[in-house]
Write a protein that binds this ligand. Structure first.
Ligand code: CP3
Length: 349
């Protein structure tokens, strides 16, 4: 029976403090799970997998079935937006993504945000299908890459330690680089709104490479576009819950939380929980931030960190998560132990 219970993640994002806190994990569906590897083996390439609504819906639900997590995150990838605006994307097994790089304003001519919602229809079908089979007590989270992180991949053509191509372009031709950022922002707004319409309860904006930017570039290419996206999404979906994840922002998390209008900030592994709880404005919900490698280690190393995190965020609305995605080497049993521990500890906190 479908009931009208509100999910714990939605309650937390709406500002309610809960003990134990609700939890979900970035990259909770992925190669560390044998049931994921089995489904993944059915398609030759990763993007094709992302564009298969039935398979995407199936793997989205796997970690919920196994661990009873409080939210599902739709299985997709941030780079589908690049693909859908006309930047060819492919994945090289064992190495990661490759894109046909855009390195000048001339390269922007063939790109367009216009058809994105048609092209990404399989993602919305997967969302609608997951929402139908997911219990009302569980939230469904949609997502997109933030413009800076997508531009970083689109200019570099692959992953990089410090995205020198993008940063150099951004310093030497901010006007031209700004056009790429605006085109991506337009596509991201449309993609996020369509995910809400398909049934997402909240969305996360992954700015995975925010941490490589100097303060002026962070303000211009992370904070400004994020604020613009948040405002434009809310113009269509007024109560849109948006989690911002500017990974590596350090002290700039505070300005990001104050200036972008996001509902919540996802804190990365390097952030001190006590600092975040003290310094980030109280109206912003916090999410994070256990080191994914502490889950690989498991045992005391993991549970001691969880206890510290729970204690630090006890007085604020909080969603437990990792500081970055689950890594492939993670023993699935350690995730089960993590979920048990958060729920037991949280009760007594
Ligand atoms: O969190 C989830 O469970 C939802 C699914 C999800 C994936 N990627 C699936 C995926 C999400 C939210 C992402 C986001 C994503 N993708 C980010 C932002 C988060 C972060 O990690 O900082 C980034 C930077 C990407 C780009 C990307 N996609 C890379 C660099 C790679 C290769 C890395 C690798 O492990 O091979 C991917 C591929 C990818 N996306 C995989 C998964 C499960 C592994 C591919 C496979 O199964 O073969």
């Amino acid at each position: 029976m479908v009931c009208d219970r509100v999910s714990a993640v939605v309650e937390a994002l709406d500002g309610k403090r809960r003990s134990p806190p609700p939890l979900w994990l970035m990259r909770q569906a992925g190669r560390y799970l044998p049931e994921y590897r089995k489904v993944r083996a059915q398609t030759r390439n990763f993007l094709e997998f992302c564009y298969s609504p039935d398979l995407a819906a199936e793997v989205t639900l796997q970690p919920i079935a196994r661990y009873d997590l409080d939210a599902a995150i739709i299985f997709s990838d941030i780079l589908v937006v690049c693909d859908a605006v006309g930047i060819p994307v492919w994945f090289v097994e064992g190495e990661g993504p490759r894109l046909e790089p855009i390195r000048s304003v001339e390269g922007l001519r063939s790109l367009s945000a216009e058809g994105i919602v048609d092209r990404l229809e399989p993602v919305y079908r997967a969302i609608a299908s997951v929402r139908q089979s997911l219990d009302a007590s569980k939230a469904l989270i949609g997502f997109a890459g933030a413009p800076w992180t997508l531009a970083a991949y689109a200019t570099e053509g692959r992953t990089s330690r410090d995205f020198e191509v993008a940063r150099t372009w951004a310093w030497s031709d901010p006007h031209g680089f700004g056009r790429l950022i605006r085109l991506l922002s337009e596509a991201i707004v449309r993609h996020l709104v369509a995910q809400f319409h398909a049934g997402a309860d909240a969305v996360q904006l992954f700015d995975s490479w925010a941490g490589v930017l100097a303060p002026d570039q962070f303000a211009r290419w992370v904070v400004e576009p994020t604020r613009d996206i948040v405002a434009r999404v809310r113009a269509e979906v007024p109560d849109a819950r948006i989690i911002g994840f500017p990974r590596g922002a350090g002290g700039k998390y505070i300005g990001y939380a104050q200036e972008t209008g996001v509902t919540a900030v996802g804190l990365d592994t390097a952030v001190d929980p006590a600092w975040a709880a003290r310094e980030i404005p109280a109206e912003i919900v916090l999410q994070g931030n256990l080191d994914p490698l502490a889950v690989v280690a498991g045992g005391r190393a993991m549970t001691e960190q969880v206890s510290r995190i729970l204690a630090a965020y006890r007085s604020r609305p909080f969603v437990f998560n990792l500081g970055h995605g689950v890594v492939p080497a993670t023993p699935p049993d350690h995730v089960a132990e993590l979920v048990r521990f958060v729920r037991d500890q949280g009760k007594s906190a």
